[in-house]
Design a binder for this molecule. Structure first.
Ligand code: HEC
Ligand code: HEC
Length: 292
């Protein structure tokens, strides 16, 4: 083994041991994230796992895999900078990832600290086999480069436009998209409205687009443009991962699907006799494409 290769292997091994050690004491409290000594596994568990899954395998058609894919991104000439931007500013629009098409929304994470973001980037680069496929000269992410990546601020659509071109090559796999209509019941809408009134109305408003504290519109062309092409799982996972902003994930799974039922009702999707389910697998099969 060449000295350079050996160096890389031992360097990664000790770095990886640190991240495993940290995982053992992973803390899931959101407040812990702003503290120094950031723990990438803990940040991943709090902010990424709902969509990209504990195994990093994602959900085909809804959330892309990070397994083998983060290493592929790092192998692209501008891949490292792109990864930083994607995690800081999110990603939105139609994109082909590992042969599967996605048209969904990845939220921005620029509210997390530079240290937390460097740590989570190291976690995803060093997990699920990515560590053996990253380029030979890969060095762990450091907070300073995340800080530098914050300027200029980008929209999630602009991040997509900066995506390295070499990633679209390769075969297109069979479509795995959602094929059923979304369903929810009138009772869920009633329960969801009560939750909305308690936890969401201040920012998003009584008509979903007249909030006082800067909440995005939750109806009309804006809603349709973000969510109308994907599985309902995307909207639910986003809401769980980001809302309400002072306590993401603080509602029960049932409450999240109930409040989303209320949003769907307000956007004209028809009520039915089957509840919007709390289990992610069924949510992934349900598409929002069948417009009201
Ligand atoms: C609410 C669901 C959701 C959460 C939470 C989420 N992601 Fe994503 N992620 C997505 C989606 C969806 C895409 C693809 C976006 C598209 O369809 O345009 C994506 C794309 C990505 C990509 C880019 C892949 C590429 O090839 O361009 C990376 C890297 C990534 N996510 C990492 C992360 C990390 C790290 C976290 C946690 C800090 C995270 N994601 C949290 C849904 C999510
Ligand atoms: C403190 C204000 C605040 C509260 C409370 C709040 N939100 Fe939000 N919400 C926002 C802001 C601001 C955005 C824009 C995205 C961002 O900045 O992260 C947003 C975005 C969203 C989006 C994505 C809109 C889009 O298409 O981009 C959904 C869905 C959403 N909120 C649902 C909810 C639900 C459901 C609740 C109640 C459980 C809630 N929000 C509570 C401020 C709030």
């Amino acid at each position: 083994m060449s000295p350079r290769r050996l160096n890389r292997v031992t360097g990664l091994a000790s770095w990886f041991a640190i991240s495993i050690g940290a995982a053992g004491i992973a803390t899931f409290a959101p407040l812990a994230h702003s503290q120094p000594g950031a723990d990438g596994a803990g940040v991943y568990a709090a902010s990424c796992v709902a969509c990209h899954q504990p195994t990093g395998a994602g959900v085909p058609g809804a959330f892309p895999p990070l397994v083998k894919h983060v290493s592929a991104l790092l192998g692209q000439p501008t891949g490292r900078e792109y990864l930083i931007k994607a995690v800081l500013f999110g990603l939105e629009g139609k994109v082909r990832i590992e042969g599967v098409d996605y048209q969904n929304v990845m939220p921005p994470w620029n509210a997390l600290s530079d240290g937390d973001l460097a740590a989570v980037l190291n976690h995803v680069s060093g997990s699920w086999g990515n560590q053996s496929m990253v380029p030979a000269d890969f060095k762990p992410f450091v907070p300073g480069e995340v800080k530098a990546g914050r300027l200029p601020p980008l929209t999630a659509t602009a991040v997509l436009a900066s995506r390295p071109g070499g990633l679209s090559a390769g075969p297109v796999l069979a479509a795995t998209g959602a094929s059923q209509k979304v369903s929810f019941t009138a009772e869920q809408v009633v329960r969801g409205k009560a939750i909305y009134t308690r936890r969401c109305v201040d920012c998003h408003g009584s008509t979903l687009d007249n909030g006082e504290f800067g909440g995005a519109p939750l109806n009309g062309a804006y809603f349709k443009g973000h969510w109308g092409a994907g599985p309902v799982a995307g909207l639910i996972a986003y809401t769980k991962a980001k809302m309400p902003p002072d306590g993401p994930g603080s509602l029960s799974d049932q409450s999240y699907v109930d409040v989303v039922s209320y949003l769907l009702d307000a956007n004209g999707y028809p009520r039915g006799d089957k509840e919007l389910p709390a289990d992610a697998e069924t949510q992934q099969a349900m598409s929002l494409q069948f417009q009201p």
